[in-house]
Design a binder for this molecule. Structure first.
Ligand SMILES: [Zn+2]
Length: 429
């Protein structure tokens, strides 16, 4: 297939060029101003639409996809830990196989419709742990997006629950990667994990040659708990248990010190910044000036990375940063590097040899769009309503605003019915 008359926009380095792409299999095989089509080759005229590399959501919870609009707790939560206890830990306990599968489908559809081609998911469903990651794999692959999956191990459902979480991570990793899916080792957070639990997770990380994906210092409560347990900070606790190293994903980091952030990033860990979630949970302003290897995550709010990037930018402006637009764009780029590291692919590029993961946007700039002002257009102009088509590994998942891989209306109808039952079960807990 040839994509012609597109305006190709890449972010690292920032570049804007009217050019054409030849896609074969899962790759871009040629890029040039006037490609000649071969026999039987489809030529798709993009008529001046923008083409961007597919976006990466570095931290999400697909399991919360059916939570949109659900009734809030009767007794309003006071603070972060009560938000978990009264909302999210009741929701995840109420999930069954059907709701996990449907969450995966609607979350993946929403990702594709937002131009997000890869999601890093942090899954919890304590009432159906075993096989849950494979259920999510089937759902995301059915829709056709890439994912990196793990199970959020925690002590809060007893030792049996914890062991089931570790076993689920281990089993999923042992089954091996597929073309679109990778595994890693998931952990909820330091404050819900004993030393023994961390050691078990470290054993799994070592055996599988994997790395940990964990919430870190999201709220002050995690930091205070850690001081109480071991007299150290969360980064040090993870390091002491052999859980800090290349590929470790530390999510939020709102209450990490500059020294902790330096240590973690020097060790090869990735940070994930979730500014909208931080605002929603009122956990504080993340110390982004010390974030060097930080990608963006939606933390399950939706799968919309253009919205997350805009809020990341605005929060940094609010904090007085003059370099906020460059910093926000850099976080989008780190998302590509992060996903590229997990898939062993040069994601984030639109060159010959790159994976054909891209998004086509109906965006008609009302001011000049050049390499010098890409950030301005991405942060102030683009939003997911511009997404016309999304391609993952050479296959259109969304084409001309229609999902091509699953019957979207039927999936949403099933999801609405399942959500109603899920919300009912939550009331019983
Ligand atoms: Zn999270």
């Amino acid at each position: 297939m040839i994509l012609k008359n597109g305006v190709l926009v890449t972010l690292d380095p920032q570049h804007v060029e009217r050019s054409e792409l030849r896609i074969e299999g899962d790759r871009i095989v040629e890029r040039g101003p006037a490609l000649t089509s071969g026999p039987g080759e489809e030529v798709l005229d993009l008529a001046g639409a923008l083409v961007l590399p597919g976006l990466v959501n570095a931290h999400t919870h697909l399991y919360s996809a059916l939570a949109r609009g659900m009734p809030g707790p009767t007794d309003p939560p006071r603070g972060f830990v009560e938000i978990l206890e009264k909302v999210w830990w009741r929701l995840d306990r109420a999930l069954d196989e059907e709701s996990v599968h449907l969450s995966g489908l609607v979350g993946a559809i929403e990702a594709a419709r937002s131009g997000t081609t890869t999601v890093f998911d942090h899954h919890a469903s304590p009432s159906c742990v075993r096989g849950s990651l494979d259920m999510l794999r089937r759902a995301t692959e059915e829709v056709g997006i890439r994912s990196v999956l793990c199970y959020e191990t925690t002590d809060r459902n007893g030792l049996e629950g914890r062991d089931a979480g570790v076993a689920e991570n281990r089993a999923f990793l042992a089954a091996g990667p597929t073309a679109l899916t990778r595994g890693m080792v998931g952990a909820h957070a330091s404050f819900t994990l004993s030393d023994e639990s961390l050691d078990r997770l470290a054993g799994t990380v070592r055996e599988a040659g994997s790395s940990l994906h964990v919430h870190v210092a999201e709220d002050r409560a995690d930091v205070e708990d850690c001081r109480g347990r071991c007299g150290a900070g969360v980064v040090e606790r993870l390091r002491l248990h052999g859980l800090l190293g290349p590929g470790t994903m530390l999510v939020h980091g709102v209450h990490l010190t500059a020294a902790e952030l330096r240590e973690a990033q020097d060790a090869g860990a990735w940070l994930v910044h979730c500014p909208r979630s931080n605002m929603n949970n009122a956990v504080g302003q993340a110390p982004t000036t010390a974030f060097r290897r930080a990608a963006l995550g939606t933390d399950g709010l939706d799968q919309d990375m253009l919205a997350e990037a805009r809020v990341a930018f605005l929060k940094m402006r609010e904090a007085g940063r003059a370099d906020a637009s460059a910093a926000a764009l850099a976080m989008v780029v780190v998302g590509h590097r992060l996903a590229g590291a997990f898939f062993g692919l040069p994601l984030g590029r639109l060159d010959a040899g790159s994976p054909a993961d891209l998004v086509v946007l109906d965006y008609r700039p009302l001011t000049p769009l050049t390499a010098a002002n890409v950030a301005g257009h991405v942060l102030f102009g683009l939003d997911r309503s511009h997404v016309r088509s999304t391609m993952v590994a050479g296959r259109f998942v969304v084409r001309d605003r229609a999902v091509t891989t699953v019957d979207e209306a039927a999936v949403f109808a099933r999801a609405r019915a399942a959500a109603e039952r899920l919300w009912d079960r939550m009331q019983q807990l």
